[in-house]
Design a protein around this ligand. Structure first.
Ligand SMILES: C[C@](O)(CO)[C@H](O)COP(=O)(O)O
Length: 229
């Protein structure tokens, strides 16, 4: 079977965006950012359910917004964790299907085609990534070394994994008190096994900081113009 649960991380509290509502609720062209993602995935037949880990105090707001849009895929909200990793873990505990796709509520420019490519790719563990067009050095106050940029990848979401295997890796990380910023590094740490990297898109940005909202509105306008032409 090729059935998936989508875990849509929606755990932000707006700190880096410098706003007092979680950034997933901010409007992009008049619509909450996370709704743009749900609109892309709602008609993908392999996605049988959507689990949204989000802060407890925002569960009812999230559900009420979702209700206004009337999606056909079953959507459940669960209380997220203190960290991104804990939110994924809590989401994984609620999933009903053998495979999971992980995405973030604040990456609204993912395309349906990217989801389809992820699903159709035979490999079990797949992520999206982009080359790094700038130089990244190690260090904070002083330079401590360089990183070879042609060996680095800018990680994008969505990702897909086998649910049981990812859950086991998360349980190991919890036992070991290890914290990762995303699931490919966590999974790789425990399995050292193949995770295919598909070529991502410059448009699939993560809206994190105030400047990203301006970029997002520009991308949105461009996408509308392209649809119209
Ligand atoms: C997964 C991620 O989006 C890759 O760019 C990023 O690491 C998530 O970081 P966050 O701290 O959860 O915003």
């Amino acid at each position: 079977m090729n059935d998936y649960t989508l875990i849509l991380l929606s755990g932000g509290i707006g700190k880096r965006m410098q706003v007092n509502i979680p950034k997933q609720f901010l409007l992009l062209s008049g619509k909450p950012i996370f709704i743009h993602v749900l609109e892309k995935v709602d008609s993908i037949k392999e996605i049988k359910e959507i689990i949204i880990p989000c802060p407890k105090e925002f569960i009812s707001k999230t559900l009420s917004i979702i209700n206004d849009y009337g999606f056909s895929t079953p959507i459940h909200c669960v209380e997220g964790g203190e960290t991104r990793q804990e939110s994924v873990y809590k989401g994984l505990l609620e999933t009903s299907y053998e495979r999971v796709i992980i995405h973030e509520a604040v990456r609204p420019f993912v395309t349906k085609e990217e989801y389809k490519q992820l699903i159709q790719t035979k490999n079990e563990s797949v992520i999206y990534g982009l080359d790094i067009p700038f130089t990244v050095l190690k260090g904070s106050t002083y330079v401590e070394g360089n990183l070879e940029r042609n060996k680095l990848v800018n990680v994008q979401l969505p990702h897909k994994f086998n649910k049981k295997k990812l859950l086991y890796a998360h349980e190991c990380a919890r036992d070991d008190n290890m914290e990762f910023t995303e699931d490919a590094s966590l999974y790789f740490h425990y399995y050292q096994s193949d995770i295919l990297i598909l070529k991502g898109s410059e448009y699939n940005i993560k809206i994190t900081k105030p400047i990203d909202r301006k970029i997002a509105e520009a991308i949105y306008k461009e996408s509308i113009l392209m649809e119209e032409s």
